[in-house]
Design a protein around this ligand. Structure first.
Ligand code: 3NM
Length: 220
């Protein structure tokens, strides 16, 4: 199977990963937020249209196709959170699934061409994701977050160091409460990059917020 993104490209793309849906944008147009964030230096995008006020049905599809097109134009991977049908409809580059979602192995099998990301919270979950064929892991929450109401207990970057020490070499990002003040700790613990929602999507200038984050993680 020829995949569009090999592992080295994926590691690079994970550097600054924006995860977002319309409820995270403080009323701003998600297209404008994503466009600005890409100018600022975001290298990968996940559509996570979840929570109160999330778009459904045709509106969700319409937003998804606009954002999908923007990512294609800018050459960054477009990932869909937890919705296989939407990922296929949008011809996404990948899908991200949580521990509560369908088993990663089944998704991997049905979507051999896609990047498959899995949320993992400890070594056991990371090992299962690896044997299920995950391409990358999201590990969190690194710090306290108000974006995901059912987030697990804060584990801090030490959780990432434990995965690396336990032999997990897969590309991975930290997620949860990450901003320019703490991103470097996450990278130093062994992450390839950081995944953020509010630090960029809810910023008064998503472009500047992305640029500041990028500056902190690139110049390490
Ligand atoms: N997943 P913010 S924390 C989507 O721990 C998500 O797996 C998490 O939002 C996990 O950057 C989280 O605004 C929300 O804190 C991250």
């Amino acid at each position: 199977m020829i995949r569009k993104w090999d592992e080295a490209q994926l590691r690079e793309a994970l550097r600054l990963y924006l995860v977002m849906g319309s409820p995270n944008c403080n009323g701003a147009d998600p297209y404008a937020v994503l466009e600005a964030a890409i100018y600022g230096g975001v290298t990968m995008f996940q559509l996570r249209e979840k929570g109160p006020g999330a778009l459904q049905g045709p509106e969700r599809l319409a937003l998804g196709s606009r954002l999908r097109r923007l990512c294609a134009q800018r050459g960054i991977p477009f990932i869909v959170n937890d919705d296989e049908r939407l990922a296929l409809e949008l011809e996404a580059d990948g899908i991200h699934i949580g521990q509560e979602d369908e088993a990663a192995a089944a998704v991997r099998k049905r979507l051999p061409q896609m990047i498959v990301g899995v949320s993992a919270h400890d070594l056991g979950e990371a090992q299962s994701a690896l044997s299920d064929g995950a391409d990358y892991l999201g590990v969190g929450p690194q710090y306290a977050t108000r974006t995901k109401l059912d987030a697990r207990e804060v584990q801090g970057p030490a959780g990432i160091a434990l995965l690396r020490a336990g032999g997990i070499a897969l590309p991975l990002v930290g997620i949860g409460g990450i901003d320019a003040s703490n991103a470097s700790h996450v990278i130093r613990a062994g992450a390839d990059g950081v995944a953020v929602v509010s630090a960029i999507a809810a910023a008064s200038s998503p472009r500047e917020a992305a640029a500041e984050l990028r500056e902190r993680i690139v110049n390490l």
